[in-house]
Design a protein around this ligand. Structure first.
Ligand code: URA
Length: 422
Protein backbone atom coordinates (compact mmCIF):
# COMPACT_ATOMS: atom_id res chain seq x y z
CA UNK A 1 0.00 0.00 0.00
CA UNK A 2 1.16 3.55 -0.60
CA UNK A 3 -0.33 6.89 0.31
CA UNK A 4 -1.04 7.89 -3.29
CA UNK A 5 -3.33 4.85 -3.73
CA UNK A 6 -5.26 5.83 -0.62
CA UNK A 7 -5.60 9.47 -1.73
CA UNK A 8 -6.78 8.32 -5.19
CA UNK A 9 -9.34 5.94 -3.67
CA UNK A 10 -10.80 8.62 -1.42
CA UNK A 11 -10.73 11.23 -4.19
CA UNK A 12 -12.95 8.93 -6.28
CA UNK A 13 -15.32 8.38 -3.35
CA UNK A 14 -14.40 4.76 -2.63
CA UNK A 15 -14.83 3.39 0.86
CA UNK A 16 -11.51 2.91 2.65
CA UNK A 17 -10.75 -0.20 4.67
CA UNK A 18 -9.54 -0.24 8.27
CA UNK A 19 -6.09 -1.15 6.90
CA UNK A 20 -6.06 1.94 4.63
CA UNK A 21 -7.00 4.18 7.51
CA UNK A 22 -4.48 2.67 9.93
CA UNK A 23 -1.86 3.16 7.23
CA UNK A 24 -2.71 6.88 6.92
CA UNK A 25 -2.82 7.61 10.66
CA UNK A 26 0.26 5.58 11.57
CA UNK A 27 2.19 6.80 8.52
CA UNK A 28 1.42 10.44 9.24
CA UNK A 29 2.20 10.31 12.97
CA UNK A 30 5.44 8.43 12.35
CA UNK A 31 6.55 10.78 9.56
CA UNK A 32 6.13 8.11 6.86
CA UNK A 33 4.89 10.55 4.21
CA UNK A 34 4.84 14.25 3.49
CA UNK A 35 2.55 16.90 4.96
CA UNK A 36 1.31 17.81 1.45
CA UNK A 37 0.13 14.22 0.97
CA UNK A 38 -1.76 14.32 4.27
CA UNK A 39 -3.32 17.62 3.27
CA UNK A 40 -4.47 16.10 -0.05
CA UNK A 41 -5.96 13.16 1.86
CA UNK A 42 -7.80 15.48 4.26
CA UNK A 43 -9.19 17.55 1.40
CA UNK A 44 -10.38 14.37 -0.35
CA UNK A 45 -12.21 13.43 2.88
CA UNK A 46 -13.64 16.94 3.10
CA UNK A 47 -15.19 16.57 -0.38
CA UNK A 48 -16.13 12.88 -0.37
CA UNK A 49 -17.00 12.39 3.30
CA UNK A 50 -16.69 9.06 5.08
CA UNK A 51 -19.10 6.24 5.87
CA UNK A 52 -19.93 5.44 9.50
CA UNK A 53 -17.50 2.50 9.38
CA UNK A 54 -14.68 4.60 7.94
CA UNK A 55 -15.28 7.29 10.59
CA UNK A 56 -15.23 4.65 13.34
CA UNK A 57 -11.96 3.21 11.95
CA UNK A 58 -10.41 6.68 11.79
CA UNK A 59 -11.46 7.34 15.38
CA UNK A 60 -10.05 3.97 16.48
CA UNK A 61 -6.73 4.57 14.72
CA UNK A 62 -6.39 8.01 16.35
CA UNK A 63 -7.39 6.60 19.74
CA UNK A 64 -4.79 3.83 19.48
CA UNK A 65 -2.07 6.38 18.68
CA UNK A 66 -1.95 7.07 22.45
CA UNK A 67 -2.92 5.73 25.85
CA UNK A 68 -6.40 4.53 26.79
CA UNK A 69 -7.53 4.60 30.41
CA UNK A 70 -9.10 1.50 31.88
CA UNK A 71 -12.13 2.59 33.90
CA UNK A 72 -13.45 -0.95 34.39
CA UNK A 73 -12.23 -1.18 38.04
CA UNK A 74 -14.36 1.87 39.02
CA UNK A 75 -17.05 0.88 41.52
CA UNK A 76 -19.95 2.77 39.83
CA UNK A 77 -20.93 3.54 36.23
CA UNK A 78 -18.57 6.04 34.60
CA UNK A 79 -19.93 8.90 32.54
CA UNK A 80 -18.67 12.06 30.91
CA UNK A 81 -19.96 14.97 28.87
CA UNK A 82 -18.48 16.66 25.85
CA UNK A 83 -19.48 20.15 24.78
CA UNK A 84 -18.80 21.39 21.28
CA UNK A 85 -17.88 24.70 22.92
CA UNK A 86 -19.33 28.12 23.40
CA UNK A 87 -19.22 31.45 25.18
CA UNK A 88 -19.68 31.31 28.96
CA UNK A 89 -19.86 27.51 28.81
CA UNK A 90 -18.85 26.63 32.36
CA UNK A 91 -21.12 23.59 32.67
CA UNK A 92 -18.34 21.05 33.38
CA UNK A 93 -17.50 22.84 36.65
CA UNK A 94 -21.01 22.20 37.96
CA UNK A 95 -21.72 18.98 36.15
CA UNK A 96 -18.75 16.89 37.35
CA UNK A 97 -19.43 17.26 41.13
CA UNK A 98 -23.21 17.12 40.62
CA UNK A 99 -22.99 13.89 38.61
CA UNK A 100 -20.55 12.45 41.17
CA UNK A 101 -22.91 13.35 44.01
CA UNK A 102 -25.67 11.55 42.04
CA UNK A 103 -23.62 8.33 42.16
CA UNK A 104 -21.63 8.39 38.92
CA UNK A 105 -17.86 8.29 38.44
CA UNK A 106 -16.73 11.16 36.23
CA UNK A 107 -13.18 10.95 34.82
CA UNK A 108 -12.92 14.17 32.83
CA UNK A 109 -10.06 15.19 30.55
CA UNK A 110 -10.40 18.81 29.51
CA UNK A 111 -8.84 21.17 27.04
CA UNK A 112 -7.95 24.82 26.74
CA UNK A 113 -9.94 27.53 25.02
CA UNK A 114 -9.11 28.93 21.62
CA UNK A 115 -10.67 31.86 19.79
CA UNK A 116 -14.07 32.96 21.02
CA UNK A 117 -14.79 29.76 22.99
CA UNK A 118 -13.39 29.09 26.46
CA UNK A 119 -11.84 25.92 27.89
CA UNK A 120 -12.53 24.24 31.23
CA UNK A 121 -8.86 23.82 32.00
CA UNK A 122 -8.20 27.56 31.88
CA UNK A 123 -11.16 28.21 34.18
CA UNK A 124 -9.79 25.68 36.69
CA UNK A 125 -6.42 27.43 36.67
CA UNK A 126 -8.17 30.46 38.19
CA UNK A 127 -8.34 28.40 41.43
CA UNK A 128 -5.13 28.91 43.47
CA UNK A 129 -3.12 25.69 43.68
CA UNK A 130 -5.46 23.57 41.50
CA UNK A 131 -3.39 20.79 39.94
CA UNK A 132 -4.31 20.04 36.34
CA UNK A 133 -1.60 17.45 35.70
CA UNK A 134 -1.25 14.04 37.30
CA UNK A 135 -0.55 10.54 36.08
CA UNK A 136 -3.34 8.21 34.98
CA UNK A 137 -3.11 6.10 38.11
CA UNK A 138 -3.70 9.05 40.43
CA UNK A 139 -6.43 10.41 38.13
CA UNK A 140 -8.37 7.14 38.33
CA UNK A 141 -7.72 6.81 42.07
CA UNK A 142 -9.18 10.30 42.62
CA UNK A 143 -12.14 9.54 40.37
CA UNK A 144 -12.85 6.43 42.45
CA UNK A 145 -12.36 8.08 45.84
CA UNK A 146 -14.04 11.45 45.20
CA UNK A 147 -16.37 10.55 42.33
CA UNK A 148 -14.92 13.05 39.86
CA UNK A 149 -11.60 14.48 38.72
CA UNK A 150 -10.87 17.02 36.00
CA UNK A 151 -7.38 17.23 34.58
CA UNK A 152 -5.68 18.40 31.38
CA UNK A 153 -5.34 16.07 28.52
CA UNK A 154 -1.69 15.04 28.30
CA UNK A 155 0.24 14.56 25.07
CA UNK A 156 -0.20 10.81 25.51
CA UNK A 157 -3.95 11.03 24.73
CA UNK A 158 -4.68 10.59 21.01
CA UNK A 159 -1.45 12.32 19.89
CA UNK A 160 -2.44 11.69 16.25
CA UNK A 161 -5.32 14.13 16.73
CA UNK A 162 -2.95 16.94 17.70
CA UNK A 163 -0.91 16.50 14.50
CA UNK A 164 -3.91 16.00 12.23
CA UNK A 165 -5.81 18.92 13.77
CA UNK A 166 -2.82 21.23 13.19
CA UNK A 167 -2.83 20.17 9.52
CA UNK A 168 -6.62 20.65 9.21
CA UNK A 169 -6.31 24.09 10.72
CA UNK A 170 -4.04 25.31 7.91
CA UNK A 171 -5.67 23.46 5.00
CA UNK A 172 -9.32 24.54 5.35
CA UNK A 173 -10.43 21.06 6.43
CA UNK A 174 -11.62 21.65 10.00
CA UNK A 175 -15.34 21.74 9.14
CA UNK A 176 -15.76 18.14 8.03
CA UNK A 177 -18.19 15.96 10.00
CA UNK A 178 -16.09 12.74 9.90
CA UNK A 179 -12.89 14.60 10.78
CA UNK A 180 -14.56 16.47 13.67
CA UNK A 181 -16.11 13.21 14.87
CA UNK A 182 -12.82 11.33 14.92
CA UNK A 183 -11.06 14.25 16.59
CA UNK A 184 -13.62 14.62 19.40
CA UNK A 185 -14.31 10.94 19.94
CA UNK A 186 -10.70 9.73 19.90
CA UNK A 187 -10.02 12.03 22.87
CA UNK A 188 -13.29 11.33 24.70
CA UNK A 189 -13.04 7.55 24.32
CA UNK A 190 -9.46 7.61 25.65
CA UNK A 191 -10.62 8.64 29.14
CA UNK A 192 -12.69 5.46 29.20
CA UNK A 193 -16.21 6.58 30.29
CA UNK A 194 -18.94 4.02 29.51
CA UNK A 195 -21.49 6.79 28.91
CA UNK A 196 -20.85 9.94 26.90
CA UNK A 197 -23.41 12.73 26.69
CA UNK A 198 -22.73 15.31 23.99
CA UNK A 199 -23.79 18.93 24.47
CA UNK A 200 -24.14 19.99 20.86
CA UNK A 201 -24.35 23.74 20.67
CA UNK A 202 -25.79 25.69 17.76
CA UNK A 203 -26.04 29.42 17.19
CA UNK A 204 -23.83 32.45 16.61
CA UNK A 205 -21.41 31.56 19.43
CA UNK A 206 -21.10 27.88 18.50
CA UNK A 207 -18.70 25.97 16.35
CA UNK A 208 -21.70 24.75 14.30
CA UNK A 209 -24.00 27.66 13.58
CA UNK A 210 -26.45 25.64 11.53
CA UNK A 211 -28.87 23.07 12.99
CA UNK A 212 -28.82 20.73 9.97
CA UNK A 213 -25.04 20.35 10.19
CA UNK A 214 -25.23 19.99 13.98
CA UNK A 215 -27.72 17.10 13.51
CA UNK A 216 -25.38 15.42 11.06
CA UNK A 217 -22.51 15.73 13.54
CA UNK A 218 -24.70 14.40 16.35
CA UNK A 219 -25.62 11.30 14.32
CA UNK A 220 -21.99 10.71 13.47
CA UNK A 221 -20.75 11.09 17.09
CA UNK A 222 -23.45 8.73 18.36
CA UNK A 223 -22.74 6.11 15.68
CA UNK A 224 -19.00 6.10 16.41
CA UNK A 225 -19.49 6.00 20.19
CA UNK A 226 -21.87 3.06 19.87
CA UNK A 227 -19.54 1.20 17.52
CA UNK A 228 -16.94 1.57 20.31
CA UNK A 229 -19.39 0.08 22.80
CA UNK A 230 -20.35 3.28 24.66
CA UNK A 231 -23.78 4.52 25.70
CA UNK A 232 -24.36 7.75 23.82
CA UNK A 233 -26.82 10.61 24.02
CA UNK A 234 -26.98 14.11 22.54
CA UNK A 235 -28.55 17.25 23.99
CA UNK A 236 -28.87 20.19 21.57
CA UNK A 237 -28.42 23.56 23.25
CA UNK A 238 -28.60 27.19 22.32
CA UNK A 239 -25.48 29.29 21.85
CA UNK A 240 -27.11 32.38 20.36
CA UNK A 241 -26.24 34.22 23.59
CA UNK A 242 -23.70 33.55 26.35
CA UNK A 243 -24.56 30.81 28.85
CA UNK A 244 -25.21 32.32 32.28
CA UNK A 245 -23.95 35.82 33.01
CA UNK A 246 -20.18 35.44 33.48
CA UNK A 247 -17.78 35.28 30.53
CA UNK A 248 -14.14 34.89 31.59
CA UNK A 249 -12.17 32.53 33.78
CA UNK A 250 -12.23 33.52 37.45
CA UNK A 251 -15.74 34.97 37.10
CA UNK A 252 -17.12 31.83 35.37
CA UNK A 253 -15.61 29.62 38.06
CA UNK A 254 -17.17 31.78 40.77
CA UNK A 255 -20.56 31.72 38.99
CA UNK A 256 -20.41 27.92 38.73
CA UNK A 257 -19.49 27.30 42.37
CA UNK A 258 -22.10 29.80 43.58
CA UNK A 259 -24.72 28.02 41.46
CA UNK A 260 -23.94 24.73 43.23
CA UNK A 261 -24.95 26.11 46.63
CA UNK A 262 -28.18 24.53 47.94
CA UNK A 263 -30.18 27.62 46.94
CA UNK A 264 -28.37 27.88 43.61
CA UNK A 265 -31.02 26.20 41.47
CA UNK A 266 -33.38 29.05 42.27
CA UNK A 267 -30.89 31.91 42.20
CA UNK A 268 -28.36 31.09 39.46
CA UNK A 269 -28.99 32.05 35.82
CA UNK A 270 -31.92 29.93 34.61
CA UNK A 271 -30.28 28.86 31.33
CA UNK A 272 -27.19 27.56 33.16
CA UNK A 273 -29.31 25.64 35.67
CA UNK A 274 -31.58 24.14 32.99
CA UNK A 275 -28.74 22.94 30.78
CA UNK A 276 -26.73 21.49 33.67
CA UNK A 277 -29.78 19.62 35.03
CA UNK A 278 -30.58 18.34 31.57
CA UNK A 279 -27.09 17.00 30.90
CA UNK A 280 -26.59 15.41 34.32
CA UNK A 281 -30.07 13.82 34.18
CA UNK A 282 -29.14 12.35 30.79
CA UNK A 283 -25.88 10.95 32.24
CA UNK A 284 -27.84 9.43 35.14
CA UNK A 285 -30.54 7.95 32.89
CA UNK A 286 -28.29 6.60 30.14
CA UNK A 287 -25.92 5.05 32.73
CA UNK A 288 -28.89 3.14 34.13
CA UNK A 289 -28.97 4.73 37.61
CA UNK A 290 -32.62 5.69 37.03
CA UNK A 291 -35.14 4.07 34.67
CA UNK A 292 -36.43 7.25 33.01
CA UNK A 293 -36.01 10.93 32.41
CA UNK A 294 -38.39 12.12 35.15
CA UNK A 295 -36.75 9.99 37.84
CA UNK A 296 -33.27 11.08 36.72
CA UNK A 297 -34.23 14.75 36.81
CA UNK A 298 -35.79 14.34 40.26
CA UNK A 299 -32.58 12.73 41.57
CA UNK A 300 -30.44 15.56 40.14
CA UNK A 301 -32.65 18.27 41.66
CA UNK A 302 -32.79 16.59 45.08
CA UNK A 303 -29.04 16.18 45.22
CA UNK A 304 -28.47 19.77 44.09
CA UNK A 305 -30.91 21.25 46.63
CA UNK A 306 -29.55 19.07 49.47
CA UNK A 307 -26.11 20.71 49.26
CA UNK A 308 -24.44 17.37 48.44
CA UNK A 309 -23.21 18.68 45.07
CA UNK A 310 -21.63 21.73 46.74
CA UNK A 311 -19.90 19.52 49.30
CA UNK A 312 -18.70 17.25 46.49
CA UNK A 313 -17.28 20.28 44.66
CA UNK A 314 -15.32 21.27 47.79
CA UNK A 315 -14.02 17.71 48.15
CA UNK A 316 -12.99 17.50 44.50
CA UNK A 317 -11.21 20.90 44.44
CA UNK A 318 -9.33 20.06 47.68
CA UNK A 319 -8.36 16.63 46.30
CA UNK A 320 -6.68 18.42 43.38
CA UNK A 321 -4.92 20.83 45.80
CA UNK A 322 -7.11 23.83 44.96
CA UNK A 323 -7.81 26.38 47.68
CA UNK A 324 -11.16 28.11 47.81
CA UNK A 325 -12.90 29.99 50.60
CA UNK A 326 -16.58 28.99 50.51
CA UNK A 327 -17.46 31.66 53.08
CA UNK A 328 -16.69 34.38 50.53
CA UNK A 329 -18.87 35.33 47.58
CA UNK A 330 -15.83 35.25 45.27
CA UNK A 331 -14.53 31.99 46.86
CA UNK A 332 -11.19 33.79 47.30
CA UNK A 333 -10.48 33.84 43.54
CA UNK A 334 -8.67 36.84 42.10
CA UNK A 335 -10.74 39.06 39.79
CA UNK A 336 -9.81 42.29 38.01
CA UNK A 337 -11.63 45.44 39.21
CA UNK A 338 -14.69 46.84 37.47
CA UNK A 339 -13.39 49.01 34.63
CA UNK A 340 -16.48 49.98 32.65
CA UNK A 341 -20.21 49.51 32.42
CA UNK A 342 -21.79 49.25 28.99
CA UNK A 343 -25.16 51.02 28.91
CA UNK A 344 -28.08 50.72 26.50
CA UNK A 345 -27.92 53.70 24.11
CA UNK A 346 -31.71 53.83 23.61
CA UNK A 347 -35.02 52.21 24.54
CA UNK A 348 -35.93 49.00 22.71
CA UNK A 349 -36.03 45.21 22.79
CA UNK A 350 -32.95 43.05 22.55
CA UNK A 351 -33.58 41.19 19.29
CA UNK A 352 -30.27 39.45 18.68
CA UNK A 353 -26.76 38.94 20.10
CA UNK A 354 -23.78 38.06 17.94
CA UNK A 355 -22.49 35.70 20.58
CA UNK A 356 -19.14 35.07 18.92
CA UNK A 357 -18.38 38.80 19.32
CA UNK A 358 -18.98 38.55 23.07
CA UNK A 359 -16.33 35.81 23.20
CA UNK A 360 -14.00 38.04 21.19
CA UNK A 361 -14.74 40.95 23.55
CA UNK A 362 -13.15 38.80 26.26
CA UNK A 363 -10.13 38.31 23.99
CA UNK A 364 -9.92 42.15 23.71
CA UNK A 365 -9.32 42.14 27.48
CA UNK A 366 -6.60 39.49 27.21
CA UNK A 367 -8.99 36.89 28.61
CA UNK A 368 -9.06 34.55 25.60
CA UNK A 369 -6.50 33.25 23.15
CA UNK A 370 -6.46 34.00 19.46
CA UNK A 371 -3.43 31.74 18.95
CA UNK A 372 -2.41 28.77 21.10
CA UNK A 373 0.60 30.62 22.53
CA UNK A 374 -1.24 33.77 23.65
CA UNK A 375 -0.89 34.51 27.38
CA UNK A 376 -4.15 34.58 29.29
CA UNK A 377 -5.43 36.99 31.93
CA UNK A 378 -7.56 34.75 34.14
CA UNK A 379 -8.80 37.72 36.19
CA UNK A 380 -10.36 39.61 33.26
CA UNK A 381 -14.04 39.08 32.58
CA UNK A 382 -17.37 40.33 31.38
CA UNK A 383 -20.73 40.04 33.08
CA UNK A 384 -23.21 40.01 30.22
CA UNK A 385 -26.59 40.81 31.72
CA UNK A 386 -29.49 40.91 29.22
CA UNK A 387 -31.18 38.04 27.40
CA UNK A 388 -32.68 38.06 23.92
CA UNK A 389 -36.25 39.34 24.19
CA UNK A 390 -35.55 41.67 27.16
CA UNK A 391 -37.02 45.16 27.14
CA UNK A 392 -34.23 47.71 27.49
CA UNK A 393 -34.40 51.30 28.62
CA UNK A 394 -31.79 53.87 27.74
CA UNK A 395 -29.03 53.76 30.37
CA UNK A 396 -29.69 50.17 31.49
CA UNK A 397 -26.44 48.36 32.25
CA UNK A 398 -25.94 45.68 29.59
CA UNK A 399 -22.50 44.48 30.58
CA UNK A 400 -19.84 45.01 33.23
CA UNK A 401 -16.22 44.79 32.14
CA UNK A 402 -13.54 43.68 34.64
CA UNK A 403 -10.02 44.54 33.57
CA UNK A 404 -6.95 46.56 34.64
CA UNK A 405 -6.34 48.27 31.27
CA UNK A 406 -8.71 51.13 30.38
CA UNK A 407 -7.91 51.05 26.63
CA UNK A 408 -8.65 47.32 26.42
CA UNK A 409 -11.88 47.80 28.35
CA UNK A 410 -12.95 50.53 25.90
CA UNK A 411 -12.27 48.33 22.85
CA UNK A 412 -14.17 45.48 24.46
CA UNK A 413 -17.14 47.75 25.25
CA UNK A 414 -17.29 48.92 21.61
CA UNK A 415 -17.37 45.32 20.44
CA UNK A 416 -20.12 44.38 22.90
CA UNK A 417 -22.25 47.33 21.75
CA UNK A 418 -21.83 46.39 18.10
CA UNK A 419 -22.77 42.75 18.84
CA UNK A 420 -26.27 43.71 19.95
CA UNK A 421 -29.27 44.29 17.69
CA UNK A 422 -32.29 46.06 19.19
N1 URA B 1 -13.21 19.97 18.72
C1 URA B 1 -12.26 19.02 18.55
O1 URA B 1 -11.70 18.51 19.52
N2 URA B 1 -11.92 18.67 17.28
C2 URA B 1 -12.51 19.21 16.20
O2 URA B 1 -12.18 18.83 15.10
C3 URA B 1 -13.48 20.18 16.39
C4 URA B 1 -13.83 20.55 17.68
Amino acid sequence: MNILEVIEAKKRGRELTAAHIDFVVEGFTEGGFADYQMSAFLMAVWFQGMTADETAHLTGAMLRSGQELDTSPLSAPSADKHSTGGVGDKVSLLLAPLAAACGLKVPMLSGRGLGHTGGTLDKLEAIPGYRIHMDNEEFLELTERVGCAIIGQSGSIAPADGRIYAMRDVTGTVDSVPLITASIMSKKLAAGPRTIVIDLKTGSGAFMDDLAKARQLAKSLVAVGRLHGRNMSVVFSDMDQPLGVAVGHANETIESFAALRPAGRATAPADLVALTEDLVAEMVRVSGLEPGRDEALARVRDIWDSGAAFTKMEEWVAAQDGTIDPSREDFGLKQAPLALEVEAPSDGWLAKVDCRQIGLALADLGGARLTVDDPLDLTAGIDFLPAVGDKLSRGDVLARIFCTDAAKAKASAERIRSALTT
